[in-house]
Ligand binder design. Sequence first.
Ligand SMILES: [Fe+2]
Ligand SMILES: [Fe+2]
Length: 190
Amino acid sequence: MANQPDAQGAAAESTDPFVMDVKKIREDARKHMSDGAVTQTYGADLKTVLQLLNDSLATEIVCVLRYKRHHFMAKGINSEAVAAEFAAHAAEEQGHADSIAERIVQLGGEPDFAPDGLKTRSHSEYKEGENLTDMIRENLIAERIAIDTYREIIRYLGDKDVTTRRLFEEILAVEEEHADDMADLLEGRE
Ligand SMILES: [Fe+2]
Ligand SMILES: [Fe+2]
């Protein structure tokens, strides 16, 4: 019979009973209170996750700085609309940086805001760009780098730390919008 407990595949999965040891969960919750949100069932390697979060924090800060620079330096045809777009992106990158820093603290870590080494920690680069088209292109490249690195992080986190994964998924969706915005602006300029 396909539904026997030792059956392989989907049939076996469907018979997997939901068992939860509430007594143990309650005991563990009391024992390690100073760990805050990090409980005994935290499935990821905390050191690695904090490193990934801090590298991403650096990435977001570099993105804020690059978009800010571009916002103030945008000149030429239709530059006002583009400058406004850069400013809007800078604000959203700042929001990402804040959410990431908040998550680091939740996990018992410390957000690294040190300017020393910021460029090395960041995944994407700080490129000034010579003109408006250059700036748009540099932002598109930076967004594409952020998209790929966040996708990797999401894949790594899997089910091990769902909250951090969800945070990266939300950020990723916005970076994809940013890349799309830059690609639209670039069209017709090249
Ligand atoms: Fe961002
Ligand atoms: Fe972005």
